[in-house]
Design a protein around this ligand. Sequence first.
Ligand code: ZN
Length: 357
Amino acid sequence: MKQYTHAWLSFMAIKRLEKAEMTPSDRVYAKKLVRWFKDHNDDVVQGAWYPDAVVKDMANSHVLKIKPSSRGKERFRSLPSTYECRKYRAMSPVKNKSFSVDEHDNLPERCESIAHSIIDHLKMQCCENKGSPVSPTNNQIALSLFMLSHYVADAHVPFHCDARKLGRLHTCMEKKWDDIINYHYDFDTENKRFLIYEDGYPRTKEFGEGIKERYRAAYLKDIDDGLPKRKFVTSWGNKNGNVREFACAICQHSYLLSYCLLPIRCGHRRKTMKYLETSDDLSFDACSTAVLSDAIDSIARVWFRVWRHFLKWKSKRKGKSPRTKKKKSAKTVKERRTKKRKRRLKRGSKGREVLKK
Ligand SMILES: [Zn+2]
């Protein structure tokens, strides 16, 4: 994926966390993350692009190349039932075939390590005094969150998880996504920023009727309409216990999706975007809706779980959870009121006693 697609996915993940229905206790955690993000969203375009622009570990850490192999011992993992890409799992020609993973690739491990380092940095920041030279800054933590968003999104790109040589088609597909975002959203190109609405989310261009029609026909509209209806599930999916296993499951589904786009029987050499856009197997638009909306959901889930992990640790350290704190304070108010009432009654009865005397 390219720069603006990555930044847009980060914004949409926060929107997802702000709008999704959650349990009251999860809402407390999500609210804090959304508020925190909105204070640090100026650098998202740069931050979410940092792995490509500066770290440059694309060869092995942005991919998990998978191929059918009779000697492969890997097993397919599950994703939560709300995932769009699960719809295409059944139609993938390699769904029942054993497979192997390139041993040099480490995208799931990269996601796990960044998630851990964010939690570590938040804990360090919490324990250090303000101005301490060893305390990580909020900007460093924000950068790590945007970088994590980049690697999670990359796991959703079908061609990042397919060992076949698809370089040219891969570049064209990612350019298509960036072009449509550039086309529909307003940018401050000089400062490389999205122009945003008052609510903190990217502003769409002033559309004339013709362009509005094109937006309605584009998959961005399907994503806008579909995500609010999708249940927000916090789990990693059946038997996945951490970010690494969850990212493995995403990569495996991306591999299955890639073979839906380019089935073995059709071959993959010299295929063009025109082939993908007019294919009878899986249309490029349907694939884009699945990839981009699932990526938004995954980024939101990973961020949320990282943030919640830290806040639970913080509450434990203080000896109270945000919820129990609320309950406790309500109880204290109630106790105080009852004590006050009792005191008033006592005074009243004493008063009556005095009068009787
Ligand atoms: Zn990348």
